[in-house]
Design a binder for this molecule. Structure first.
Ligand code: PNS
Length: 164
């Protein structure tokens, strides 16, 4: 079975990585789909985000996982990929309303599409890419929230190399 795990991944956190490792064990094919959204200001380019995720896939030998990018509607990407299963992580009840709304929009646009929610490991339930970006922008230590490789990339980007 092939599933799509979409998101912005700006950047990938250890919470995302935990979900991806779990998906790798559960499904034959996992497509991580990075949304190309020119309107949204991002820390990392699409190419950089893809590379950061690919490094993790290689490091943890997540053989069932691939990374792709998409523009426009997620349902169109899912159709193109021949998959009817979207995966989203739920960190806390505050994610639920937003996710339920998107899942219902998506299933009304694409018959038989299912959204499967994986609960975050409680250890990671407060971690978000936006929190990591903000922390890093003020020189905070992001080591507990992203991999070493992502940390390095963030500090190079923010030119904060000497601070942590
Ligand atoms: O990591 P994020 O930013 O929470 O991911 C959100 C994402 C990319 C899954 C969502 O914004 C999305 O699927 N966008 C594509 C446009 C779309 O299909 N929207 C849903 C119908 S309203």
């Amino acid at each position: 079975m092939k599933v799509i795990y979409p998101g912005s991944f700006d950047p990938i956190t250890i919470g995302h990585l935990d979900i991806i490792k779990r998906l790798n064990k559960m499904f034959d094919e996992v497509v991580i789909a990075i949304l190309i959204n020119e309107a949204k200001h991002s820390l990392f380019s699409i190419k950089e985000r893809k590379q950061l995720i690919e490094n993790e896939i290689k490091e943890f030998q997540l053989d069932n996982v691939k990374v792709k990018t998409f523009e426009g509607l997620l349902v169109d990407f899912a159709k193109k990929e021949n998959s009817k299963i979207i995966i989203r992580g739920l960190r806390a009840v505050t994610d639920y309303e937003y996710e339920m709304n998107i899942a219902q929009f998506n299933s009304s646009l694409y018959e038989d599409l299912e959204t499967i929610f994986l609960l975050s490991d409680p250890k990671f339930s407060f971690i978000s890419s936006s929190g990591v970006r903000e922390l890093a922008s003020f020189g905070g230590d992001v080591s507990k929230f992203v991999s070493k490789n992502v940390k390095k990339a963030i500090y190079e980007k923010n030119k904060l190399g000497g601070k942590n």
